[in-house]
Design a protein around this ligand. Structure first.
Ligand code: 2P0
Length: 351
């Protein structure tokens, strides 16, 4: 009996305009559109291999070497949607093997520690859905397939594309227009780099799904964010990416991270994702930009304390000089950058 098998990778994506809030929990429909940058294929990514055969007696999943349950409603939804599309294909071509009726074996591995507090569900669901879509030879576009990944985890829809990606929130109640689209390919702005500063590897204490529902239900500031802040920012950020305007991209990114965390703080009781170290990093980035009299770095924080810094490759030495210095001087992040410190840095480094 034949076994059909396919492998796919999907990288982690880091939002620069944050998804936070659902208007439909079951379909994972967001309250606002979002934008992200997908990391390169050889950086943080999930590799998923799928196999199907008439002989497999049940669906099975091995995640990072461990047998895991496939029973979650979200996963079942993704599998069902993919099988429905395959079934339609089979109905039109009787020469195709009837894979839609067969069980799947899925092996999925992250090349980064799942416990490092870095978003893994986005890459995980994107790789799962992309691998099965390829196995089933589905003709649908990446945007169409992204709608299935979205049901697994909202942010997963954006990892179906490389480069700069928008998740358009859509307006249909059935989610048929809530999908990811490419804003620009990675090669459009290839010198963009991301550095991840792991502040804490501990598991976050408020999971994203319940955290965002709590914010939607209790924060007044959140209403202002989705009505009056994000729609304008969505257009401005796409424009900044298209015109490779780093200063604008960086300011919008930092403002949006701050806005998202402000709505968390405005939730009642409040949710804290950033910690003192995160806030030191925010301060440091602003000091670095002030020091160079040019915006060379942007920070962003997701539902946890770890920082992602965006910068252009040509500014790497300028940025890292400060980052290493901050670590060395303080054996941690308890840094206070006085004017004297900054003057000393200037003497110390030739950029
Ligand atoms: C984002 N986050 O845009 C935002 C910013 C976290 C902060 O997407 O419930 O794991 O699975 O749809 O996608 C994290 O939320 O939530 C997230 P579900 P998801 O990247």
């Amino acid at each position: 009996m034949a076994i059909y098998t396919v492998s796919k990778t999907a990288p982690v994506n880091i939002a620069t305009l944050k998804y936070w809030g659902k208007r439909d929990k079951n379909l994972n429909l967001p309250t606002n559109s979002s934008i992200s940058v997908t990391l390169a294929q050889d950086d943080l990514r999930t590799l998923t291999s799928v196999a199907t055969s008439e002989t497999f007696s049940q669906d099975q999943l091995w995640l990072n070497g461990k047998l895991e349950s496939l029973e979650s409603e979200r996963t079942q939804q993704c599998l069902q949607d993919l099988r429905n599309l395959r079934s339609k294909l089979e109905a039109g071509d009787s020469s195709l093997p009837p894979m839609s009726k067969w069980n799947l074996h899925i092996v999925s591995e992250n090349n980064f520690p799942t416990a490092a507090g870095l978003a893994s569900s986005a890459a995980g669901f994107a790789a799962l859905v992309a691998a099965i879509a390829k196995l089933y030879e589905l003709p649908e576009s990446a945007s169409e397939i992204s709608k299935i990944a979205r049901k697994g985890s909202g942010s997963a829809c954006r990892s179906l594309f490389g480069g700069y990606v928008a998740w358009e929130m859509g307006s249909e109640a059935d989610g048929s227009d809530s999908k990811a689209v490419e804003v620009a390919s990675q090669s459009h702005w290839p010198d963009m780099k991301a550095a991840i500063l792991v502040v804490s590897a501990a598991k976050k204490d408020t999971p994203s799904t319940s955290g965002m529902q709590h914010t939607v239900a209790t924060s007044d500031l959140f209403q202002e964010r989705i009505r009056n802040v994000v729609p304008k920012r969505f257009e401005e950020m796409k424009q900044a990416i298209q015109s490779r305007d780093f200063a604008s991209f960086a300011e919008l990114t930092m403002r949006d991270s701050n806005s998202f965390h402000a709505t968390c703080l405005d939730s009642y009781p409040p949710i804290f994702y950033m910690n003192d170290t995160s806030r030191q990093i925010v301060k440091l980035c602003h000091q670095i930009n002030a020091f160079y009299k040019e915006t060379i770095v942007a920070y962003t924080f997701d539902a946890g304390p770890n920082a992602v810094l965006y910068y252009l490759e040509q500014n790497e030495t300028k940025l890292m000089a400060f980052i290493y210095q901050a670590f060395q001087r303080n054996s941690g992040w308890d840094s206070k950058f006085s004017a004297k410190d900054l003057a000393a840095f200037e003497e110390h480094f030739t950029f």
